[in-house]
Design a protein around this ligand. Structure first.
Ligand code: SPV
Ligand code: MG
Length: 669
C-alpha cells in the first residue's frame, strides 16, 4: 500500500501564514506540522512509499521532508501549473506512481490515528464521512446510495453527509478513477475537482463511507480552522481502547496489534478467564493469573482486567471503551456473533471498532500446534482436571471407549448464547470398554487391556481422563494401578465400594452384589493415596448404598468416612428415574462439606440438566454410556438393512460418507 498526499495548492485562504511556506508546513504545535504529523502517522501503520504532489513552495517542502529523517521513501511530483490548475491535474501527473492500493489525502487534513487506521485497514475502498458533523456550506459532501458513495460534491445537500477527503482506494478503483481523470485533463478540464471525475465513474467504484462520527478528521482551510484544530489537539482526550486476548503464547503478531492499539489511546486488555478460554478454544497452558501477569508486563498495556465470557458485553458495559481493537479474523467463523454484538453495543454510545489484518504466519500455527501437543503430555493432561475444578463449578465428562469416540469428545462443539460449549473431560467406562470388547461388565477385561484403551485415546486427544476403576481390586494391586494411571496422564480413578464378583450398578439388587465394609474400603483408598506420586492425581470413592438400597444414612456415613480416609472426591450413584435421592444426598453432604468434589452419573434420572445438578452441589457430571448406546442400534439397523436388501444401497442414508468421518481424524498426532 502507498500513500498519496496532495500538496500542490497555494493555501490562499490561510492569508499571511502561507506567504513563505506551503500550507502543509504550518505548525500544529512545537513538535509537528500538518505534513510531519501525516507522515509519522503513515509510517507508523507501515506505509513505506509516499507520493507527494508539490507546486507552491515546492523546494521548501522537499528540503523540510529531507530533514525529517523518516524511514519512508518519498516521491515528489511537481505540478508546475499549480497556480492555474486544481489537484485533479496533480493526480493526473502522479498517475504512473499509483500502481498499488492507495491511501489518498489532502495535504491540509488533520486526523486522529483511529481515523487513519479505520480507513487504511478497511478491506474495501472507502472515504471518511461524519454523521455527527453539520453539512458544510462550502466543503465536500457525499451522496450515499445503498451503503456506497455515489457522488461527491459541494453543492448536493440532499441525502448527503459531511465528507473529509481521506480515502483508501483499492488498486483497481484508483485505476478506474485515474482513467476518468485522464479524460478530464486531456480535454483541458484541469481546474475542477478530481471528485468531478469520480462522479462520472462512481457506478464502477464501490466506495464505502466510513462514519467516524465525533472522532477527529478536519481540513485546515483558514487561520480560524488552524486555531481550532490546535485547540482540539491540545484537548484531545486520551481514548480508552479495549482488546481481549485468549492466548497463552504471546508472539510477534500479538505484540504488533498491541503496538497499533497503543497509538489509539490507553490500552485495557481483557484476559479471558480459564473457563471461558477452555469453552471456546482449548484448555490454556497457563492459568489466568499467569496470563494476566504476562500481559501486564507488555509495553503499551495500561491495564489488564478479566473477561469472564467470550462475549465482550459485560466489560463493554463496565468500561465503555471508545475504541475496540481486534484482528479481522473474527469477521467469519466461530466469533462472528461476538463481533456483531460488539458492534451493536459500542454503537449505542458512539464507540468504534478498529480491525487490523490478522497476521497468520506459519510459525504462529506451529506454536499453536505445539501448545496442543503439550496439553496431551501426561503431566499436563493429568493436572487439567484439578485446574478445571478450580476454575469452574462443574466439569462435564462424556464416555469414550476408543480413539474415535475420544476424538468426538475432544472436538464436538455447539454454539450457545453466542458462546461455545464443549465437553471438559472423558470417562473411560468399564461398562462401555467391556461392551466394545463383547464382554460383560464384571472386571473380566483385565487392566492391561483397559490401559490399551486409555493409550489409544491418549494418542489422539488432550482432554483429561476419568477412569472407571471398578472395585480397584486388591489394595496391593490398586497401588500399582494408581501409579500406572498417573504415569499415563489419567487425572482421576473412581473406585466403587463393592467386593467379590462386581456387576454393573444399573442391575442394582436384581443381581447379587456385595458392598465392601467401610473399613476395608477406607484401607484401599489410603493405600492408593500412599502410592500416588504426583499432587494432581485424584482418587474418587464411589458409594453404592443407594443402588443396593442400604439407605441415605449409610451413603452419607460412607461418604464422610471415605473422604477422611483420603478420597479426593465422592461419587454417589442411583438407578432411580427420579433424582430425589441424589439431590437429598448432595444437600446433606454439602451441609457438612462444601469443598470435596461430588461426582454424579445421571443415566437413569436423565431429565435432570447439568445446571440443576451443579446447583445442588455436584462438580463432575458424567454422561457415562451414550456413545455405546447410540452406535449399537445404528449398526444393528445397517446390518439388518443389508441382509434384507441383499445390497447396501438402502443403508446409504444411515451411513456417513467416509470423507466426513475422515475429517475427524487429525493429520498428525
Ligand atoms: C460405567 O459406565 O461403567 C459405570 C457407570 O460404572 S454405571 O454403568 O452407571 O454403573
Ligand atoms: Mg463401571
Amino acid at each position: 500500500m502507498k500513500a498519496l498526499i496532495l500538496n500542490s495548492g497555494m493555501g490562499r485562504r490561510m492569508g499571511e501564514i502561507t506567504n513563505n511556506l506551503p500550507k502543509c508546513l504550518v505548525q500544529l504545535n512545537d513538535k509537528e506540522t500538518i505534513l510531519s504529523r501525516q507522515l509519522h502517522q503513515l509510517s507508523e501503520i507501515g506505509i513505506e512509499e509516499v507520493i507527494i504532489t508539490t507546486g507552491y513552495k515546492s523546494d521548501e517542502l522537499v528540503s523540510y521532508c529531507n530533514n525529517l529523517n523518516l524511514s519512508i521513501d518519498i516521491k515528489y511530483i511537481f505540478n508546475e501549473k499549480y497556480s492555474e490548475t486544481n489537484y485533479i491535474y496533480s493526480m493526473y501527473l502522479a498517475r504512473e506512481e499509483l500502481d498499488d492500493d492507495i491511501v489518498l489525502m489532502h495535504g491540509d487534513l488533520v486526523f486522529e490515528n483511529v481515523v487513519l487506521d479505520k480507513v487504511a485497514f478497511s478491506k474495501d475502498s472507502c472515504v471518511v464521512v461524519s454523521s455527527t458533523s453539520d453539512l458544510p456550506e462550502k466543503d465536500f459532501k457525499a451522496v450515499l446510495l445503498d451503503g456506497r458513495v455515489r457522488k461527491i460534491s459541494i453543492n448536493d445537500f440532499d441525502r448527503a453527509i459531511a465528507l473529509q477527503p481521506l480515502y483508501k482506494l483499492a488498486k483497481k478503483d484508483i485505476k478506474t478513477w485515474i482513467k476518468e481523470i485522464e479524460k478530464f485533463c486531456e480535454a483541458g478540464n484541469t481546474s475542477c475537482y478530481a471528485e468531478d471525475a469520480f462522479n462520472e465513474c462512481s457506478d464502477q467504484i464501490n466506495i464505502k463511507p466510513i462514519d467516524i462520527k465525533r472522532f477527529i478528521c478536519k481540513e485546515v482551510d483558514n487561520a480560524e480552522d488552524l486555531a481550532a484544530i490546535k485547540d482540539t489537539l491540545l484537548s484531545l482526550p486520551c481514548r480508552n481502547v479495549y482488546m481481549c486476548f485468549s492466548t497463552d503464547i504471546v508472539h510477534s503478531g500479538h505484540l504488533s496489534i498491541i503496538k497499533r492499539a497503543k497509538r489509539l489511546g490507553k490500552v485495557t486488555i481483557g484476559v479471558l478467564s480459564d473457563e471461558a478460554i477452555s469453552k471456546y478454544k482449548r484448555f490454556p497452558l497457563l492459568p489466568y493469573s499467569e496470563r494476566k501477569e504476562m500481559f501486564e508486563n507488555i509495553q503499551g498495556v495500561d491495564r489488564v482486567v478479566c473477561q469472564d465470557k467470550l462475549s465482550y458485553k459485560e466489560n463493554l458495559v463496565k468500561y465503555k471503551p471508545e475504541i475496540v481493537v481486534h484482528g479481522d479474523d473474527w469477521v467469519q467463523g466461530i466469533q462472528q456473533n461476538i463481533r456483531t454484538e460488539v458492534i451493536d453495543l459500542i454503537q449505542t454510545y458512539g464507540g468504534e471498532l478498529v480491525e487490523y489484518p490478522y497476521s497468520d504466519k506459519p510459525q504462529y500455527r506451529e506454536y499453536e500446534k505445539r501448545a496442543r501437543q503439550m496439553l496431551g503430555t501426561s503431566d499436563m493432561r493429568r493436572a487439567r482436571l484439578c485446574r478445571a475444578l478450580e476454575s469452574k463449578n462443574s466439569v462435564i465428562a462424556m464416555e469414550a471407549h476408543n480413539g474415535l469416540t475420544g476424538l468426538l469428545v475432544e472436538n464436538t462443539k455447539v454454539e450457545e448464547n453466542g458462546g461455545i460449549r464443549q465437553f471438559d473431560a472423558m470417562w473411560v467406562s468399564s461398562l462401555c470398554d467391556s461392551t466394545s470388547k463383547g464382554k460383560p461388565d464384571i472386571e473380566v477385561v483385565d487392566l492391561t487391556s483397559r490401559l490399551q484403551t486409555i493409550n489409544e485415546i491418549c494418542e489422539v486427544t488432550t482432554k483429561p481422563i476419568i477412569f472407571d476403576g471398578d472395585t480397584g481390586g486388591l489394595p496391593e494391586h490398586f497401588s500399582y494401578t494408581v501409579r500406572t494411571l498417573e504415569r499415563m496422564g489419567v487425572s482421576m480413578v473412581i473406585i466403587e465400594d463393592k467386593k467379590g464378583l462386581k456387576k454393573n450398578s444399573l442391575f442394582g439388587n436384581e443381581v447379587e452384589q456385595t458392598q465392601c465394609s467401610i473399613e476395608e474400603f477406607c484401607m484401599k483408598i489410603a493405600t492408593g493415596k500412599k502410592a500416588q506420586k504426583t499432587d494432581d492425581f485424584m482418587i474418587c470413592a464411589r458409594i453404592e448404598s443407594l443402588i443396593l438400597e442400604k439407605g441415605m444414612e449409610d451413603a452419607l456415613n460412607r461418604a464422610f468416612a471415605f473422604r477422611d480416609a483420603g478420597a479426593d472426591a465422592i461419587m454417589i450413584h442411583s438407578r432411580k428415574k427420579d433424582p430425589k435421592e441424589i439431590f437429598e444426598f448432595a444437600e446433606a453432604f454439602r451441609k457438612e462439606d462444601t469443598a470435596t468434589p461430588l461426582v454424579v452419573v445421571p443415566t437413569s434420572f436423565n431429565e435432570v440438566t447439568d445446571e440443576q445438578l451443579e446447583a445442588v452441589g455436584f462438580n463432575i457430571i458424567i454422561y457415562a454410556n451414550h456413545f455405546t448406546r447410540a452406535e449399537v442400534p445404528a449398526m444393528q439397523k445397517v446390518a439388518e438393512t443389508i441382509l434384507k436388501n441383499h445390497r447396501s444401497k438402502e443403508c446409504d442414508d444411515l451411513c456417513m460418507p467416509f470423507k466426513e468421518i475422515i475429517r475427524l481424524i487429525p493429520d498428525e498426532l
